[in-house]
Design a protein around this ligand. Structure first.
Ligand SMILES: Cc1ncc(COP(=O)(O)O)c(C=O)c1O
Length: 415
């Protein structure tokens, strides 16, 4: 194994980083090392410009006219197509709307309706909880439905699939461990059994190359406030493969999913395309913030992004294990970079306190109960020196025991 790089070597990596110039587009405070872009991405100047224009000009002066003159009505599909380019979806298959949780509800219902006679939903026991809460909510709407969980009912998702399974809801990258699934292989396996798949892309959209069309995926959902940098509470997206559009129904059939919303017809006639997944009036200012954020992505080479992401996570693992291994931190993420998203998680018995001490020192990651210190590496604005610095501060906190100060044990609502 190569020897541990020193600070000069790490700085040299920044010098030759092809993505380095992107950092200046973001408005990060100079005294912060931001390793939480997997939870809330950073703001770019493009976002502020879009929001200012949408609020002051289009709303302020254009008023109601802007639904037409500023293209507000078409934003969900316009932005869906832009995200589609990052997740391997050809045009007309992705729409931005609602939250990931709500979109899980809609896609689960759509998939179940497409597989009459099948009554099982499969998911992962260690999924992000909302996926399971929503699946349980769907199960509660029909007495014949059941939920099978990986980790509870069998060891792997694959073992749970049989001809009673209608749909599998699965994460591309696990929110806690950072484990990356093989999308093409699992999609094939699920479809060979006659079931449909919904991929949760919350931790892979904008974090690595994704190829939904190439994998032949059925549905996907994901959020835009993490790696895509759309802003706090930014609306989520839904992908549905074109071949399914004629069969899609979803229960949240509000007027925005109607084929002719401004005809105000008494009976519902769902839009034929991807707009069928909309429900009600869309949050235009949030959509415009997202539009600003997505404009940067037009310039990003996703393969270069992935290479840098792997280099950043690799470096962090090596530095933390070398500097902090003796203080009770244990790697939770896989060492296999091909099976890892753009995050690194370590377990520590006092993970909450350690993370609060890190945040006070300007190194911002997050804590996931019961013991995970989670660090996200967003290649557009995190550099190699940041990684070095973060590992060094973590070492200082652990070796001095400063995390034991009582103020770090005070729990906040959001961790
Ligand atoms: C994997 C995953 N799915 C779903 C969600 C929840 O999304 P929302 O709050 O937009 O419904 C999150 C949020 O962090 C997540 O990490």
């Amino acid at each position: 194994m190569n020897s541990l790089p020193d600070l000069a070597a790490v700085e040299a990596m920044d010098e030759t980083d092809p993505l380095r110039a992107f950092r200046s587009r973001f408005t990060l405070p100079s005294d912060v090392i931001y390793l939480d872009g997997n939870s809330l991405g950073a703001a770019s100047q493009e976002v502020f410009a879009e929001v200012r224009q949408a609020a002051m000009e289009e709303w302020g002066n254009g008023l109601i006219r802007s639904w037409n003159s500023a293209g507000w009505f078409h934003l969900p599909v316009e932005l869906g197509d832009r995200i589609g380019r990052l997740i391997g979806a050809a045009e007309g298959q992705t729409v931005v709307t609602d939250s990931t949780s709500i979109n899980i509800y809609k896609t689960l219902h759509a998939a179940l309706a497409m597989r009459p006679g099948r009554n099982v939903i499969v998911a992962e026991g260690d999924s992000f909880p909302t996926d399971l809460y929503m699946a349980e909510g769907v199960v509660s709407t029909r007495p014949d439905l059941t939920l099978r969980l990986e980790g509870r009912d069998a060891d792997t998702v694959e073992e749970l699939i049989d001809d009673s399974v209608a749909v599998v809801l699965v994460n591309h990258v696990n929110y806690k461990s950072g484990e990356l699934r093989d999308m093409a292989a699992l999609t094939k396996r699920i479809q060979a059994a006659g079931a449909l798949v919904i991929w949760d892309l919350c931790h892979s959209a904008g974090a690595l190359p994704v190829d939904l069309d190439g994998a032949g995926a059925d549905f996907a959902v994901g959020c835009t406030y993490k790696y895509l940098n759309g802003g706090p509470g930014a609306p989520a997206f839904i992908y549905a493969a074109k071949r399914h559009h004629a069969s899609i129904t979803q229960p949240l059939s509000g007027w925005w999913s109607h084929a002719r919303p401004f005809a105000f017809e008494r009976s519902f006639d769902g839009e034929a395309g991807i707009r069928r997944f909309l429900c009600g009036t869309q949050p235009i200012l949030s959509l415009r913030a997202l539009r600003g954020a997505l404009s940067i992505w037009e310039e990003v080479d996703m393969n270069a992004l992935r290479q840098k992401s792997i280099a950043l996570t690799e470096l962090f693992i090596r530095l933390v294990e070398a500097k902090c291994g003796q203080y009770g931190v244990e790697l939770e993420t896989t060492r296999d970079s091909e099976k890892r998203g753009s995050q690194v998680s370590f377990k520590h018995g006092n993970g909450y306190e350690v993370m609060q001490a890190l945040i006070e020192r300007g190194v911002i990651g997050d804590f996931r109960a019961p013991s995970t210190l989670r660090f996200g590496f967003t290649p557009l604005y995190v550099g190699y020196r940041d990684v070095w610095q973060a590992a060094t501060v973590l070492e200082e906190i652990l070796s001095s025991g400063s995390w034991k100060e009582p103020r770090f044990a005070v729990r906040s609502a959001v961790t």
